[in-house]
Design a protein around this ligand. Structure first.
Ligand SMILES: *[C@@H]1O[C@H](CO)[C@@H](O)[C@H](O)[C@H]1NC(C)=O
Ligand SMILES: *[C@@H]1O[C@H](CO)[C@@H](O)[C@H](O)[C@H]1NC(C)=O
Ligand SMILES: *[C@@H]1O[C@H](CO)[C@@H](O)[C@H](O)[C@H]1NC(C)=O
Ligand SMILES: *[C@@H]1O[C@H](CO)[C@@H](O)[C@H](O)[C@H]1NC(C)=O
Length: 508
């Protein structure tokens, strides 16, 4: 008895120390290092880089339609018709990834390139060929493919049926996911069903992004509801029919901007929690919490407002008990996008007759003037918010395994991007503290983005790339920035280098 306990301890001791030998060495040399098993990668999305919007059988997506019908709504009338022409540059782009030394590449699959009409009775063989070629090239270069099934480019033909506001969309998404798993399940092991439902439901169906629903307080909730149902259905199918044969894992990417109370007052702290629940809990609570379903604050606020506004039922739809059960726990890991932080104050509490998400949430959001700016109005550099976000997720959802699927900063064009180096370095230090000091379980980090690309309503004006893209050259030449050199060093050594100097952002 004593022997076997002793033996177990001994084996444990050996395991722990062999895994952490390098870390121990680095601690002694006072370097900030991630473990051998931590993965570094970069991310992109189909509409933002592929171009080739109308070739080889691809169907029209809502972003094709929207940018063509409403060019005036997009910065300088830009669109993704050509974008970075990545559809034609599989080898070149994988070479960029290989030069970065990253372990994984997160890309998304264009639904309408695979199913031109959105429906699975018509599969576009060229779409299958394109992604097979990309995946094979990645694997040849020992880069793990991480595929997002939906990064906002819904087939227009499905939008014509109401898109994410029509409950039938969940069935069609399930059909699409089946086609993806049948064709790519043997070569892709890491799947994300959706990217940032908060963005495509709020901005797409309740705001100005494609398809331009502008029906906040109604369509955004319907979109979220059907997206959650669709996610649960796909995860259950994956679990039952594909997990054992593909040996894959599946998650969903949610975005959490950190919400910090503007003052220590009880109202502002409550406002911060309400904002976290509306913006993140909306999707995280049904999937990642013990109880499932929508967060209680959201349920009660929307129910109460709907009643006061004279509606016979809540504007926030209700799940059946079976749906709650199918959605709850439908994850192997959480994909997290995090960029920035906001301050929260309690809203004015005037319930408007015209409903909206903002009115339901009733929180005033701002940023501090002295937080460093980026080239995006919504994005300021606040590294400590990243650590707080990770800790809040740990505390609220039973410390799930997390893959950071996006983190990044926009700056004006230029190759000597020390501000981007500083941003990544500061956010990685915050992440390191969250893992090693706080015990958050994060197994990888993807920088957004591999290269400059079509930044939705901001066109090509806001640049997030490690590689600069020259939009004036017909070749769309990619050139590594200083940040690409920095990130190469991080990806290859697993440690934050100290020879890039000029680290200026406070991390706590
Ligand atoms: C595809 O779109 C481009 C504009 O981006 C247009 O010039 C071209 O004629 C279109 N091709 C087809 C086959 O419709
Ligand atoms: C998958 O494999 C595990 C372990 O071999 C087994 O217990 C489980 O029943 C399998 N699941 C399905 C759906 O076949
Ligand atoms: C972003 O950079 C452009 C110049 O490339 C500038 O005109 C614009 O004002 C900047 N936007 C922000 C929010 O800093
Ligand atoms: C564009 O690419 C072609 C083929 O690689 C090359 O011959 C040409 O010099 C490039 N042009 C520019 C302007 O970079």
């Amino acid at each position: 008895m004593l022997n076997s306990i002793y033996l177990n301890c001994f084996i444990y001791f050996i395991l722990v120390f062999s895994v952490q030998a390098r870390d121990l060495k680095n601690v002694l040399e006072s370097k900030t290092c991630f473990s051998n098993y931590f993965a570094f990668g970069v991310a992109t999305a189909s509409y933002q880089i592929e171009g080739a919007w109308n070739v080889s059988g691809k169907g029209e997506s809502i972003w094709d339609r929207y940018t063509h019908e409403h060019p005036e709504r997009v910065f300088d009338h830009h669109n993704g018709d050509v974008a970075d022409a990545s559809y034609y540059k599989v080898k070149e782009d994988v070479r960029l990834l290989s030069q970065l030394g990253v372990g994984f590449y997160r890309f998304s699959i264009s639904w309408s390139r695979i199913l031109p009409d959105g429906l699975s009775n018509n599969v576009n063989e060229d779409g299958i060929r394109y992604y097979k070629e990309l995946i094979d090239e990645l694997r040849k270069n020992k880069i793990t493919p991480v595929a997002t099934m939906y990064h906002w480019d819904l087939p227009q033909s499905l939008q014509d049926l109401g898109g994410w506001t029509n409950p039938i969309i969940a069935d069609y998404f399930l059909d699409y996911a089946r086609v993806l798993l049948d064709n790519f399940g043997d070569t892709v092991q890491v799947w994300l069903t959706f990217n940032e439902p908060l963005s495509f439901c709020s901005d797409g169906y309740g705001g100005d992004d494609a398809p331009g629903g502008r029906s906040s307080g109604f369509e955004d909730y319907m979109c979220g509801h059907n997206m959650l149902r669709a996610h649960g259905m796909v995860y259950r199918m994956f679990d039952q029919k594909y997990r054992n044969t593909t040996k894959g894992i599946m998650g969903v990417t949610l975005n959490l901007p950190w919400m910090e109370p503007a003052t220590t007052s009880q109202e502002d702290q409550k406002a911060a929690d309400t904002a976290r629940q509306f913006m993140f809990g909306w999707f995280a609570h049904p999937i990642f919490s013990q109880d499932g379903d929508y967060p209680a604050v959201m349920r009660s606020a929307v129910d109460a407002n709907s009643k006061r506004q004279g509606f016979p039922r809540s504007r926030l739809p209700k799940f059946t008990a079976e749906e709650v059960k199918a959605i709850r726990g439908s994850y192997d890991f959480m994909g997290l996008n995090h960029y920035t932080t906001y301050l929260t104050k309690q809203g004015s509490r005037k319930i408007k007759t015209k409903p909206s998400f903002d009115d339901d949430m009733n929180v005033r959001i701002s940023q501090k003037d002295d937080w460093p700016k980026s080239n995006s109005t919504w994005l300021r550099v606040v590294p400590w918010g990243f650590r707080k976000s990770l800790n809040w997720i740990k505390a609220n959802y039973n410390n799930p395994q997390i893959l950071v699927t996006e983190n990044g900063v926009s700056l004006e064009p230029g190759l000597h991007d020390t501000k981007r180096v500083n941003y990544i370095d500061a956010y990685l230090r915050a992440l390191h503290a969250a893992i090693f000091k706080d015990g958050c379980r994060v197994f990888g980090y993807a920088y957004w983005s591999l290269m400059d690309n079509f930044e939705w309503m901001r066109g090509f004006s806001e640049r997030f790339g490690l590689y600069e893209v020259d939009y004036k050259s017909p070749n769309l030449t990619r050139t590594p920035r200083l940040s690409a050199k920095y990130f190469t060093s991080v990806a290859k050594t697993g440690c934050l280098p100290d020879d890039f100097a000029d680290y200026t952002y406070k991390t706590d």
